[in-house]
Design a protein around this ligand. Structure first.
Ligand code: SF4
Length: 224
C-alpha cells in the first residue's frame, strides 16, 4: 500500500488527518449505532474508562486466532493475493483496509477470497445481528471495495466469535453501499461540528454502558 501523509487530529483521539480529510476507525460505526455520545465522551472529551470483559475476551480471541493462522500462513502482498484469488480460494486474517475518499480505516477479522466473490467477516460476541454490527461490517466492505476497485461480488458476514457460526450474511449491494456512505458522512459531519453527537434515549443501553458513571446524558428509566 503506498504511504500517504497523515497526522493525528489535534483534538479528537483516534482520528487521523489523511490526504487532507478526517479518517476514523470503522469500529466507530458500531459505537455510533449504540450511542454517538459515547464517541464524544471518549474521543472528544478524552474520558478514560476500563475495557469491558467482552472487550478483553475479544482481544484475547483475536490474538489466539491470529497466532493459529500464522502457523500455516504464507506471507504475501495484498495485490498478489487479489491476483491469485482469481483462480483459487484464499483466506486472510486481520486485513488492513483504508479508504481515503470516505475517510475510514480498520482491520477486517477475516476475508475469504474466491474467484467469484469476497466474503468479509466480522467476529462478534453472541449471535444477534444488531444494526450497529451490520453497519460496522458494511464499513469494512466499503473500504475493501474502494481498495480493490474491481467488480467481484462482496458478501458481508457476521460470525459468532470463536466458532464457525456465520449468523448473518448479505450481499454488499448498491442499497447497502448508499446506506453506509450516508452514515459515514454523518460521522464526518460530527467530527467537523456540523452535527451534534446524539445520546441514546434507551435506558437499557445506558445500564450496560461502560461510560455510564461519567456520562452527563444518561437516559433514565421510563424515558423511552
Ligand atoms: S451512558 Fe448512555 S447516553 Fe451516556 S454514553 Fe453511555 S449509552 Fe450514551
Amino acid at each position: 500500500m503506498p504511504k500517504t501523509k497523515s497526522k493525528p487530529h489535534p483534538e479528537i483521539s483516534q482520528v487521523m488527518i489523511m490526504e487532507g480529510r478526517n479518517n476514523f476507525p470503522i469500529s466507530w460505526l458500531n459505537k455510533q449505532g449504540y450511542c454517538e455520545y459515547s464517541i464524544y465522551l471518549e474521543n472528544v472529551r478524552g474520558i478514560e474508562v476500563k475495557a469491558t470483559r467482552n472487550m478483553v475476551v475479544g482481544t484475547q480471541e483475536h490474538a489466539r486466532l491470529e497466532m493459529e493462522f500464522k502457523k500455516d500462513a504464507e506471507p504475501t502482498t495484498f495485490e498478489k493475493m487479489l491476483d491469485e484469488s482469481r483462480t483459487m480460494e484464499l483466506l486472510s486474517r486481520e486485513l488492513p483496509v483504508i479508504s481515503h475518499s470516505y475517510g475510514i480505516r480498520g482491520y477486517i477479522d477475516e476475508v475469504w477470497m474466491t474467484p467469484d466473490e469476497f466474503i468479509i467477516i466480522d467476529d462478534k460476541p453472541g449471535k444477534k445481528a444488531f444494526s450497529s454490527s451490520i453497519n460496522q461490517v458494511l464499513g469494512y466492505c466499503l473500504a475493501f471495495q474502494d481498495m480493490i476497485k474491481e467488480e467481484r461480488r462482496i458478501v458481508a458476514a457476521l460470525r459468532e466469535r470463536g466458532t464457525d457460526n456465520i449468523f448473518w450474511a448479505a450481499y454488499f449491494d448498491e442499497k447497502s453501499k448508499n446506506d453506509i456512505i450516508s452514515l459515514i458522512n454523518r460521522v464526518q459531519d460530527l467530527l467537523v461540528g456540523k452535527k451534534d453527537f446524539m445520546a441514546t434515549n434507551n435506558p437499557r443501553k445506558c445500564r450496560s454502558c461502560r461510560l455510564k458513571l461519567k456520562c452527563d446524558k444518561k437516559a433514565r428509566p421510563g424515558s423511552l
